[in-house]
Every structure is written in structure tokens, then in C-alpha cells.
Design a protein around this ligand. Structure first.
Ligand SMILES: *[C@@H]1O[C@H](CO)[C@@H](O)[C@H](O)[C@H]1NC(C)=O
Ligand SMILES: *[C@@H]1O[C@H](CO)[C@@H](O)[C@H](O)[C@H]1NC(C)=O
Ligand SMILES: *[C@@H]1O[C@H](CO)[C@@H](O)[C@H](O)[C@H]1NC(C)=O
Ligand SMILES: *[C@@H]1O[C@H](CO)[C@@H](O)[C@H](O)[C@H]1NC(C)=O
Ligand SMILES: *[C@@H]1O[C@H](CO)[C@@H](O)[C@H](O)[C@H]1NC(C)=O
Ligand SMILES: *[C@@H]1O[C@H](CO)[C@@H](O)[C@H](O)[C@H]1NC(C)=O
Ligand SMILES: *[C@@H]1O[C@H](CO)[C@@H](O)[C@H](O)[C@H]1NC(C)=O
Ligand SMILES: *[C@@H]1O[C@H](CO)[C@@H](O)[C@H](O)[C@H]1NC(C)=O
Ligand SMILES: *[C@@H]1O[C@H](CO)[C@@H](O)[C@H](O)[C@H]1NC(C)=O
Length: 828
């Protein structure tokens, strides 16, 4: 079987320890494992292999009670986990024992069980290991399976690689609970947990009342914490929300040799502590509640808190205190109320002054709690809100998207930087008042600039000549809006896309740039037509994709691509520069990639791609996919990921291209069906090829195949009539079972030093191509696996082998469901 390791010297060590332990000092001869019936007494400790952590008895300050806990192995006592929080020992007669039923237990002097790990079934031959990460695990000696771990039963501290987690599907939660007081580790009143409403966030609770919240995570930072950016990057704090109903928070500090952790202290404040070598003590480098304003709902509903103002609470513009006396007495809890009711709420709009409500923008605020997420693009978010009277505010935040509020606006705070822009709905008169103050100044300025504006306008028009917009031209030249029947995108996206942002190129100019589409300039054949290299008069090099013929399918893909890619920006995605629609010609213009596609490099010029470069390419593709699946918030399934769709720039950085088949998923959608199966054989996940079901996990499958191709330097399709296996995936699986995975490696770049990393990559590749879509890891998990943040990789299950019976390299890359001939080849 795979990589079972740990042929170890522990038995020897153990004998040595048993003989000498009572003689020597506890620190010098400590073990890290308790086997069945072994125990440690009050004066003894377990010390992790690398000396980072120890487990043993301790008394908190000003207390004589004895507790068992995990501590940093440093001179300053630092407890990060406590077992018997509510059941202290009165004396030092207690011991920690590995019981015969597989539980770790704490016994008092009378051999009564004070605390137990409470496994739900008993396991013979279980052992307890204190790992170097600070995790205490109970492991089944036979299967090696981990049955219990302290990381999943957090106390008040979050150390690196630990996860604060909520899983609504299984009702599991891992939360931090504060100590009752510095001298009593019993469960205190504050807890910190991940709350999964529409947008997951970290919330500190005082009993059942929220006390502090982080705001949602945008894939990079928590947007409710001001000046979080640099701080979080350094700490690598990440909120992962892979599946609906689950999310976890974890962190890894950028400098692995620094000791640092987060703790929920007895006052309900999350502190980050960093070990200072100079001071030989912990330093608090960050804490969650810096001012009163950070306390949840300090100023009540519709109030806004500003730490730098006196008094710190004000009502939002257009609102007034609900109870003026209370408010003036600095009791802000009942908050504010609307001054002028909204036009949309009044029944007889005819009798009213009847001007429509509008929005007022509040810059850089902590966005209110209870946001609802909508699958709308920026341009559409506001109009969608305006059309629904129950929407009282909206905001658009990159990485999150369109948020709207309906109940009330609570926990708003004015930041001096960071945060987001909140648009609150107000009656027209309230907006007018605002305007009046600025009218005089505005008028003067407007008058002053009117002349200039007019001149500029005419000048610009002159320059742009017949500047027209891709989209309008497209619809005009085709008459109707074709191609969006059953398979169309959700309506909001289509309407919301700002196609005006895509510049328009003239046919004449592109024709000139590409030598009249000379075949000498042809770069290759893309998804829906030939691609040419060109050079603009400015000297800029471009790639021009020309839609062949006027097929409806090509047109649909063209529209899809323009819509999608104009919205996406990531260094691992190819950039669209503009488009051209003239008479029957439809073209897309991209940045030019001097190193063409990965395809050409990988299979023809393999020597140029050493292992390091391949790692950069694999990780780059993975990042691009993480962006598509998660960070862009649109949740895009590419559907046609393959070597020829990965382009390489000058430095051989990969860029994903060809979004002709990509699809956007709505917020809660996980999977879709299609009757038109398009994609490329060998890269297609079985459930997609056979049943038309696609999801993020079908992209993961394609990524797995691509990864195996990059590692092996062999085309997935190079195995036809190969005796060893019928496909690259089958071949890799065969090698895995023969435990000779290293043979997968491209011999041209083989480097024995790299072996562990290569094996890790191959393992990840096999995890991606597992037959059952749910078994495949999500793309963000894959990224962590590749970068070794996740150390222990699971064993892959059997992959799906799909073999195309009538395949040839020259066959077109697309086909409809009717053309498919596939057989699933069962593995041995
Ligand atoms: C410790 O002492 C208290 C009070 O004397 C007693 O209630 C408790 O049971 C004792 N705990 C143990 C573990 O002996
Ligand atoms: C173990 O189970 C007992 C009895 O159900 C319970 O009192 C105790 O709190 C549990 N201990 C832990 C650590 O969950
Ligand atoms: C534990 O494993 C050892 C060797 O693997 C075996 O000899 C022993 O009988 C096992 N103990 C129990 C309680 O099953
Ligand atoms: C199981 O126990 C035996 C002897 O007790 C030991 O040699 C072996 O390493 C253990 N296996 C694991 C996976 O811990
Ligand atoms: C926590 O809640 C309790 C009970 O509601 C209250 O007395 C206490 O003041 C609260 N603590 C803080 C820090 O708000
Ligand atoms: C990491 O921390 C160690 C110890 O504090 C320090 O010596 C080293 O310079 C740090 N490395 C970086 C890259 O900051
Ligand atoms: C909790 O943390 C805050 C912020 O660092 C600090 O001011 C406060 O003293 C801490 N509370 C206790 C009881 O240590
Ligand atoms: C609108 O009409 C309904 C019943 O027709 C009434 O209950 C409600 O109070 C009215 N709202 C306003 C703002 O007048
Ligand atoms: C308005 O928004 C509310 C709350 O989001 C929703 O329940 C309702 O269906 C929406 N109404 C319309 C007409 O869209």
C-alpha cells in the first residue's frame, strides 16, 4: 500500500525510558506516546517529537487545583488546551492513562475517572500521541486511523493548522470557549464560533448575545475588521467555505519559526500573541476589540459608531434617535428610526409628492450584520435593491459580490480606511436636503466646466470615430438574441454585465495587424475558430480569435466568453483586450502569450520545463481555478480545462484561457445538468461525459488529468494501444498500486531529491480523478495539499477510466451527446 511509513525506533526508546525515567529529569527523557495501560503521573510530561509542545499537569495562577493540559514547551507557562476544565484535581495524586478500551482518561488518587476522551466505541490497542503541531491524537494501532484529536475539541486557543469549524450538515462545531477567570479554566461565558448565515463570519458570543463579529470573508480578508489586509496576509488567516453548510477558519503564520497563536481571553477579546525572543515573553500583537465601537451593535439599530468622534454614536443620515432622552444620556441601545418614510412604503403614491426613493453612499464603513447575498453583478445590485421595497440597503464588495439588507442596519461602524461602501435607501426628500447644501458650490463648478466638457466630448468623439459597443453591434447585426435558450445563464448575469467596458476594435485594424489573416500569422485553432498573432500600430502584440462561419454555437460561446472574461481579473487568467463585430465577422482580441500553450511545451519541448517550472505552472493553474470557483464569487465552472487551453507568458507563468464553455453557478447551486455535453475527451469527468452532470468537481477532475500530464510529460491520449494501460489515469493508478509511483515522473527531468514532492503531486492528481465526484477534494483544498499546508494526504480511491473507442488526435474537440462512445473500464 501507498506510503505507510514510520518504521520507527520507538520500542527501543520506550524501554530506555521505562528504565530510566524515575531517575532523570522529566524534560530530558520524555516520550511523546502513551500506549495501552501506560500512564503519566503528576510530575511527568509527554513532549512532542520536535520539542514544541508538552502535555502534563499544571495549576493556573493563584490556584492549587491541578489540571491536565497541552502547553508550549517554553519557560513561560502557556496553556493552549485543557482536558479536565470543569473537574480539577485537588492534589497531585492524579494520572493520565491510556485505558484498555481505547480512551485517554484522567484518574484521581482513588482511580476514579475525572475526564475521558469519550470515544463512542471501544478500541483495543489505541495509543495517544502528542504531535509536534500541538495536536494530541488517539490512534488505532491496527489501522492507523485517528479516532480523536484535541484539535477538534478546542479550548480557548487557536494554534496554527487548527480549525475553528462549523458543519451544519452533521451539526458539528469546533468553537473556542474562554476560561472563567485567569485562575479557573472552567467554561467561561464567551465563545467564538463560525456562524453560517448567508455569508460565513466569525462571531464572539457573550452567552447567547453577539459580542463581536468579523464580518464576512472575501476570500482574502474579513471585511468587518479595519486595516486587516497586511495583517491577515502575514498571518495567513483563511476562511474556507467549500461546501454549503460548512466553513472553517485556520491560519499559518508566514514565518514558520515564530511561535504565535490566537486566544479568546476571559474578557471575550480575541488576542493574537507572538513569542518575542528578545523579551522572552509573549507580546499581544492584535486584539479584536480595540475600542467600544467594536462591540456588537454599540449604537443600536440604524446607529453608526465612530471611535474617533465625540460622542461616538450618531444616527445614520436620514435617521433620528428613537428615544431622544436616552440617546442624549449616552444610552444608545434602542438606536434610531427613519425620519421620512420611504415612498415605496406608502400606499397612495399619487397623493404624495411621489418622487422615487434613492440611495445615499456611506464610504468605508463596517457593513451591517445579516447581509443577504444575491447573485447579481455590480451594475445590477443597486437596481435590484431599488425595485424591492423590502431592500433597505445594498453594498457590493469584490470577492463577495452583491449584498442586500432587509431587516435593519445593525452594527455599522465608520472606519477611517478599509471596510466597504454602503448604499442606504432614503426617501427622496432626505436625499434632496443633502444636495441643497452643495448646490451653490456645485453650480459654480458645473458652469465653469461646462465649456471644457463640451470640447472634450467633441474631441473624444472625433478620436473614437465610430466607437461602438461589442454587444449592441452583435445584437444588431444578428437581429435577435440567439443562442440563449435552455442553456442560458441566470438572467441577472446577462443583464448585469457591463459590456460597455470591453473596447471595440475595427475589422480593418485587426486585418492589418494580422497581415490580412495570413496563415503565417496563425497561432492555432481555438475553441471556435482560428487564432492569429497580430501587432497593433502601437507595437502591442495581440492574439486574435476569429469566429469561424456563423454557427449559432460559436456565437453562443463568443457571447459567453465576452461576458465572463470581461468580468474576471487574475494573473492566472488570460486577459481580454477587446472584440470586433463587423458584418459577418466576430473576433476576440487577447493579450499575446509569447510562449503559446502548455500543450506545445509539455509534449514537444519538455526539456525546457524543469521540475521547478512545472510546479509554478501547476500551482498557477490551481490558483486560477480557485479564483474561478471561489474568489471571484461568481463561481465559474470552466468545463474545458486542458493543456492546450493553458497559455504561457514570457516567464512561463500559466494563464487559463478559452471560456467559451464556462458556466456561472448561482450562490447555492452545486451542480447542473446539460444536454449538450461539450469538452474534451480524456479530461472530462465521468459523471459529466456520461450523464451531463457538471460541477466544480468536474473541473477538479480535468485538473487532475492535467496535473498527471504535467508530472509525467505524457499526453493523456498517448496510451491508445499501449499495453501497460489504457489511459494516463489508468497507468497512474496501476503504478500507485504497485507502489512505483515514481515511474510516472517524466524521466527527462527526474531528480531524486524531488522525489517526495513528486509523489505528493501524483497523489493529489489521483485524488482529483477519483470516480465519485464528492470524494474529490475542492480546488482550494488541492492548493493547500500542493503547498504542503495539508501534510497527510488521504489515499485515493479508484479513479474512473474512460476510454474513447473511436478516438484520434485529429478528431474535433467538441461533440454533442449523441456522438459519445464511451465505456467505463473497471479496474482490477
Ligand atoms: C476536591 O475538593 C472538593 C472540596 O473539598 C470536593 O468537592 C471535590 O470532590 C474534590 N475533588 C476531587 C477530584 O477529589
Ligand atoms: C464524557 O461523557 C460523560 C457522560 O456522558 C460526560 O459527563 C462528560 O462530560 C463527557 N466528557 C467529555 C470530555 O466530553
Ligand atoms: C496489541 O497489539 C500487539 C501486537 O500488535 C498484540 O500482541 C497485542 O495482543 C494487542 N493487544 C490487545 C489488547 O489487543
Ligand atoms: C502498534 O503497536 C506495536 C507494538 O505495540 C508497535 O510496534 C507498532 O509500531 C504500533 N503501530 C502503530 C501504527 O502505531
Ligand atoms: C455579558 O453578558 C452578561 C449577562 O448578560 C452581562 O452581565 C455582561 O455585562 C456581559 N459582558 C460584556 C463584556 O458585555
Ligand atoms: C523568522 O523568525 C526568525 C526567528 O524570530 C528570524 O530569525 C527570521 O529572520 C525570520 N524570518 C523571516 C523571513 O522573517
Ligand atoms: C483581554 O485582552 C485585552 C486586549 O488585549 C486586554 O486589554 C485585556 O486585559 C485582556 N483581559 C484579561 C483579563 O487579560
Ligand atoms: C397600507 O395599507 C394597509 C392596508 O391596506 C395598511 O395596513 C397599512 O398601514 C398602509 N400603510 C401605510 C404606510 O399607510
Ligand atoms: C423582495 O425581497 C424579499 C426579501 O429578500 C423577498 O422575500 C421578496 O421575494 C422580494 N420581492 C420581490 C418582488 O422580488
Amino acid at each position: 500500500m501507498g506510503f505507510r511509513h514510520k518504521a520507527n525506533m520507538r520500542p527501543m526508546l520506550q524501554v530506555f525510558m521505562l528504565v530510566t525515567c524515575c531517575l532523570c529529569l522529566e524534560l530530558t527523557c520524555a516520550i511523546d506516546t502513551l500506549r495501552v495501560s501506560q500512564s503519566i503521573r503528576d510530575s511527568e510530561v509527554l513532549v512532542s517529537n520536535g520539542q514544541n509542545f508538552k502535555l502534563g499537569f499544571f495549576s493556573p495562577v493563584n490556584s492549587n487545583q491541578r489540571y491536565v493540559g497541552i502547553m508550549y514547551n517554553i519557560p513561560v507557562p502557556t496553556v493552549i488546551w485543557v482536558a479536565n476544565r470543569d473537574k480539577p484535581l485537588n492534589d497531585s495524586t492524579g494520572k493520565v492513562e491510556m485505558s484498555e478500551d481505547g480512551n485517554l482518561v484522567i484518574l484521581d488518587g482513588q482511580e476514579e475517572v475525572l475526564w475521558s476522551s469519550n470515544l463512542s466505541w471501544s478500541v483495543a490497542n489505541c495509543s495517544a500521541h502528542l504531535l509536534d503541531t500541538g495536536n494530541l491524537v488517539l490512534q488505532d494501532n491496527l489501522s492507523g486511523m485517528i479516532l480523536w484529536e484535541s484539535f477538534q475539541h478546542a479550548s480557548d486557543s487557536l494554534i496554527q493548522r487548527m480549525k475553528i469549524m462549523t458543519d451544519l450538515r452533521t451539526n458539528e462545531k469546533n468553537i473556542l470557549t474562554s476560561w472563567r477567570s485567569p485562575s479557573d479554566p472552567a467554561l467561561g461565558s464567551f465563545t467564538a464560533s463560525i456562524e453560517l448565515l448567508e455569508l460565513p463570519q466569525l462571531v464572539v458570543w457573550n452567552g447567547s448575545d453577539p459580542y463581536w463579529r468579523s464580518g464576512p470573508h472575501n476570500g482574502q480578508i474579513f471585511i468587518g475588521i479595519s486595516h486587516m489586509d497586511a495583517y491577515l496576509y502575514q498571518n495567513g488567516v483563511d476562511m474556507v467555505n467549500d461546501n454549503p453548510g460548512t466553513a472553517y477558519l485556520t491560519f499559518t503564520y508566514f514565518n514558520a519559526s515564530v511561535l504565535t497563536y490566537f486566544v479568546l481571553n476571559v474578557s471575550g477579546i480575541i488576542q493574537q500573541k507572538l513569542w518575542s525572543d528578545g523579551k522572552r515573553d509573549w507580546e499581544v500583537t492584535w486584539w479584536s476589540i480595540e475600542s467600544e465601537c467594536d462591540v456588537y451593535s454599540k449604537c443600536g439599530p440604524y446607529g453608526s459608531c465612530n471611535a474617533k468622534a465625540v460622542p461616538m454614536c450618531t444616527c445614520l443620515p436620514g435617521f433620528e434617535p428613537k428615544n431622544v432622552d436616552e440617546w442624549n444620556a449616552a444610552n444608545w441601545i434602542s438606536g434610531c428610526t427613519r425620519k421620512t418614510s420611504l415612498q415605496c412604503e406608502t400606499n397612495n403614491s399619487i397623493g404624495k409628492m411621489g418622487k422615487q426613493d434613492g440611495f445615499l453612499r456611506l464610504k468605508t464603513v463596517k457593513l451591517p450584520d445579516h447581509a443577504k447575498w444575491f447573485p447579481a453583478l455590480e451594475a445590477h445590485c443597486g437596481s435590484q435593491c431599488l425595485n424591492n421595497c423590502s431592500c433597505i440597503a445594498y453594498a457590493y464588495y469584490s470577492g463577495i459580490g452583491c449584498m442586500q439588507w432587509t431587516d435593519s442596519l445593525i452594527d455599522v461602524q465608520k472606519f477611517s480606511g478599509g471596510g466597504g461602501d454602503l448604499y442606504i435607501r432614503l426617501a427622496h426628500v432626505e436625499l434632496d436636503n443633502k444636495k441643497d447644501q452643495t448646490t451653490i458650490i456645485a453650480t459654480t463648478i458645473v458652469l465653469g466646466f461646462i465649456m471644457i466638457t463640451i470640447c472634450t466630448y467633441f474631441l473624444l468623439n472625433w478620436y473614437r470615430g465610430s466607437k461602438q459597443k461589442c454587444w449592441r453591434l452583435l445584437t444588431r447585426s444578428r437581429g435577435t438574441d440567439p443562442g440563449y435558450s435552455k442553456e442560458s445563464l441566470p438572467k441577472d448575469y446577462v443583464n448585469g454585465v457591463k459590456l460597455e467596458e470591453v473596447p471595440f476594435f475595427k475589422f480593418e485594424m485587426l486585418s492589418k495587424a494580422t497581415g490580412n489573416f495570413d496563415s503565417a500569422f496563425k497561432l492555432g485553432q481555438g475553441g471556435f475558430g482560428p487564432v492569429y498573432k497580430g501587432k497593433l500600430p502601437s507595437g502591442q502584440e495581440i492574439a486574435v480569435k476569429r469566429l469561424a462561419g456563423s454557427s449559432n454555437q460559436g456565437l453562443q460561446e463568443f457571447k459567453n466568453e465576452v461576458e465572463l472574461i470581461s468580468k474576471l481579473q487574475h494573473r492566472n487568467l488570460v486577459r481580454l483586450l477587446g472584440c470586433c463585430v463587423e458584418s459577418e465577422e466576430i473576433m476576440l482580441v487577447y493579450e499575446y502569450m509569447p510562449n503559446r500553450s502548455l500543450d506545445a511545451y509539455l509534449f514537444d519541448k519538455q526539456k525546457l520545463l524543469d521540475w521547478k517550472t512545472r510546479v509554478v505552472i501547476i500551482e498557477g493553474i490551481c490558483r486560477g481555478l480557485v479564483y474561478l470557483h471561489r474568489d471571484s464569487r461568481l463561481r465559474i465552472i470552466h468545463r474545458d480545462l486542458k493543456a492546450s487551453n493553458i497559455l504561457l507568458d514570457e516567464e512561463l507563468n500559466p494563464k487559463i484561457s478559452d471560456f467559451g464553455l464556462a458556466r456561472i453557478f448561482g450562490g447555492k447551486q452545486d451542480q447542473a445538468n446539460t444536454t449538450r455535453v461539450v469538452g474534451t475527451f480524456g479530461y472530462m469527468a465521468p459523471e459529466y461525459a456520461l450523464e451531463g452532470r457538471f460541477s466544480e468537481k468536474s473541473d477538479v477532475y480535468s485538473f487532475g488529468v492535467l496535473l498527471l500530464e504535467i508530472v509525467s510529460g505524457r499526453r493523456n491520449t498517448s496510451f491508445y494501444n499501449d499495453e501497460q494501460a489504457q489511459s494516463l489515469v489508468a497507468y497512474a493508478w496501476k503504478l500507485w498500486n504497485e507502489e512505483s509511483m515514481i515511474n510516472l515522473m517524466d524521466p527527462l527531468i527526474f531528480d531524486p531529491q524531488m522525489e517526495p514532492k513528486i509523489l505528493r503531486y501524483a497523489n493529489v492528481g489521483l485524488l482529483c480523478v477519483q470516480e465519485v465526484a464528492q470524494d474529490r477534494p475542492s480546488i482550494s483544498t488541492i492548493l493547500s495539499m500542493l503547498s504542503s499546508e495539508i501534510v497527510d494526504l488521504p489515499h485515493p480511491e479508484q479513479p474512473a477510466f474512460i476510454v474513447h473507442q473511436r478516438s484520434s488526435e485529429a478528431s474535433p474537440s467538441k461533440f454533442s451527446a449523441n456522438d459519445i462512445t464511451v465505456t467505463i473500464v473497471e479496474g482490477r
